[in-house]
Write a protein that binds this ligand. Structure first.
Ligand SMILES: [Zn+2]
Ligand SMILES: [Zn+2]
Length: 415
C-alpha cells in the first residue's frame, strides 16, 4: 500500500533521540505494569492516570489543534498559558512544531511527499512511523506562521518545551503521588502509561480516522468520521469535517460527541475565549447533499466555477474586464485584495480573516498594479494564483471552490 518507502526517500533521516525516547517510554511502562499491576497501586494513582490523559488530550484538541493550528477562536492569555502547559504534557512537540506540521497535513492531505502523516503511505506510517524521521519539508516555507511567531506563549513554550514537558508530563504526577504515598505507582500509570495513551489516541486520528469510518461531508481525501475515535480523543473522531478546519466544532450537530466543543462553548460563556468561527450552514448543507446524491448515484448539484458541463452559462453571468479595468477596480479602494483564478476575478477582501490558509498567502498572489520586482519589472506574481489555488500551494476542497465562486466579481478578458 505504501507508495513511497522511507528507505527510498533520501530526505528522510532517522530521528534517533525521538525514536529512542518513544520506544523507551513504552518499554519502561511495560516493565512497570508487569511488576506493579493496576490492582496493586493506589486508586488515586489510577484516577490521576485518567485525569491527566484527558487534560493532556484537551491541551492538544482545544489548544494545539483548534485554536493554534486552525485559528478557530481566540483565547485570553491565562487560557493560552494553561493550554500551552497541558499541550506540553502530551509530549507531542511544541505548539509551533505541531501546528506547522498540522497545517501542512491540511494543505496537502494524502500527498505522500508533502503531508507529514500521509494516510496513503500506509496505516503504520500515518500512525507513528513518521515520528521516527526528520524530513526537510520543502513546502514548509509556504505555511503561514506569523500568528505563531507573534504569540509570546508560543515562542516561550517552544524555547523551553523539553523542561516544560518533563515537568508537566513526568515529574508532576510523581509529586502528586507523594501526597497519597504512591510516587512509584503514579510514575508508572500517570506519567508513563498516560503518555502512551495520549500519544496513541492522537495518532489514531492521523491513522485510523483516515482509514475507517463514514464520509458524510466529503470524499475528496481519506478523512473519515468514527464514533469510537471521537470517544477516545475528546471529540476529534468526526474527522471527515476536514473540509471545514476553521470551525471550532468537529461537526455541526450539537449531538456529535465533542467534549472539546462543549468546553470551548463554556469558556466562551465566561468570556475567556472569543471569536468562535463556524463553517457556514449553506456550505455544510451543500457538502451533505452532495455526498448524499453521490451515494444515491444522482447527478451532483451544480455550483462550481469548474463544473465543466456548465462553464458557458456560468461565464455568461459575469462582465468581461480587461487588465486596465481590473487595476482600476483594485485601486478604487485602499486595502482591496483581488486574485484572478482561472480567468475569474475574485475579490477576497472580506474573506482575508476567514481564509484557513491565512491572509498573507492571498495578499501574496493578489493583483498589485503598482508593485515592481527587484529588477524593476512589473510584479506578476498574481498570474500564478491559478497554479497556487489548483494544487500548487493547496488542495482546495469543493467547499472552498464553492465559496470562491460567491466572491467572483467579473471575468478577465483573455487577450
Ligand atoms: Zn487529518
Ligand atoms: Zn486539523
Amino acid at each position: 500500500m505504501s507508495q513511497l518507502s522511507t528507505a527510498q526517500d533520501p530526505q528522510n533521516t532517522i530521528w534517533w533521540s525521538n525514536g529512542i525516547f518513544f520506544v523507551s517510554v513504552h518499554l519502561a511502562a511495560l516493565v512497570g505494569v508487569y511488576y506493579h499491576p493496576w490492582y496493586s497501586v493506589h486508586r488515586a494513582s489510577l484516577f490521576l492516570c485518567f485525569l491527566l490523559w484527558q487534560s493532556a488530550c484537551f491541551g492538544i484538541t482545544i489548544g494545539y489543534h483548534r485554536m493554534y493550528s486552525h485559528r478557530a477562536f481566540r483565547a485570553s492569555l491565562p487560557v493560552r498559558v494553561v493550554l500551552a502547559f497541558l499541550g506540553a504534557s502530551a509530549f507531542q512537540g511544541s505548539i509551533k512544531w505541531w501546528c506547522l506540521r498540522h497545517r501542512l497535513h491540511h494543505r496537502f492531505t494524502d500527498d505522500p511527499v508533502h503531508d507529514p502523516y500521509c494516510a496513503t503511505r500506509g496505516l503504520l506510517w500515518s500512525h507513528m512511523g513518521w515520528i521516527f524521521f526528520k524530513p526537510k519539508y520543502e513546502r514548509m516555507g509556504l505555511i503561514d506562521r506569523d500568528d505563531l511567531d507573534n504569540d509570546p506563549v508560543v515562542w516561550i513554550q517552544h524555547e523551553y518545551y523539553v523542561p516544560f514537558a518533563i515537568a508537566t508530563g513526568l515529574l508532576f504526577p510523581v509529586a502528586l503521588g507523594m501526597i497519597w504515598g504512591d510516587p512509584l505507582g503514579s510514575f508508572i500509570y500517570a506519567s508513563l502509561v498516560t503518555r502512551i495513551m495520549i500519544w496513541h489516541c492522537t495518532f489514531l486520528i492521523n491513522s485510523l480516522a483516515h482509514w475507517d469510518g463514514i464520509q458524510p461531508y466529503s470524499d475528496e481525501n481519506t478523512s473519515r468520521t468514527n464514533l469510537i475515535l471521537a470517544l477516545l480523543t475528546c471529540g476529534e473522531g468526526n474527522h471527515n469535517f476536514h473540509a471545514f478546519p476553521h470551525d471550532f466544532r468537529s461537526g455541526p450537530d450539537m449531538s456529535d460527541w465533542d467534549p472539546t466543543k462543549w468546553i470551548i462553548l463554556a469558556l466562551h460563556k465566561f468570556g475567556l475565549v472569543t471569536g468562535l468561527r463556524t463553517a457556514r450552514d449553506a456550505d455544510v448543507m451543500d457538502a451533505i447533499v452532495y455526498m448524499h446524491s453521490k451515494g444515491q448515484h444522482l447527478p451532483p448539484p451544480k455550483y462550481d466555477v469548474y463544473s465543466s458541463d456548465d462553464q458557458e452559462s456560468i461565464r455568461s453571468l459575469y462582465e468581461n474586464w480587461d487588465e486596465a479595468k481590473l487595476h482600476e477596480y483594485v485601486q478604487a479602494k485602499k486595502g482591496r485584495c483581488v486574485i484572478v483564478v482561472k480567468g475569474y476575478i475574485v475579490d477576497v477582501t472580506g474573506y482575508l480573516g476567514e481564509h484557513p490558509g491565512g491572509a498573507a498567502i492571498l495578499r501574496k498572489y493578489s493583483v498589485k498594479p503598482q508593485a515592481k520586482t527587484e529588477a524593476g519589472e512589473p510584479d506578476e506574481t498574481w498570474k500564478k494564483a491559478t497554479w497556487a489555488f489548483e494544487g500548487g500551494l493547496n488542495k482546495h476542497t469543493r467547499a472552498a471552490k464553492r465559496h470562491m465562486r460567491e466572491l467572483v466579481v467579473a471575468r478577465l478578458h483573455s487577450n
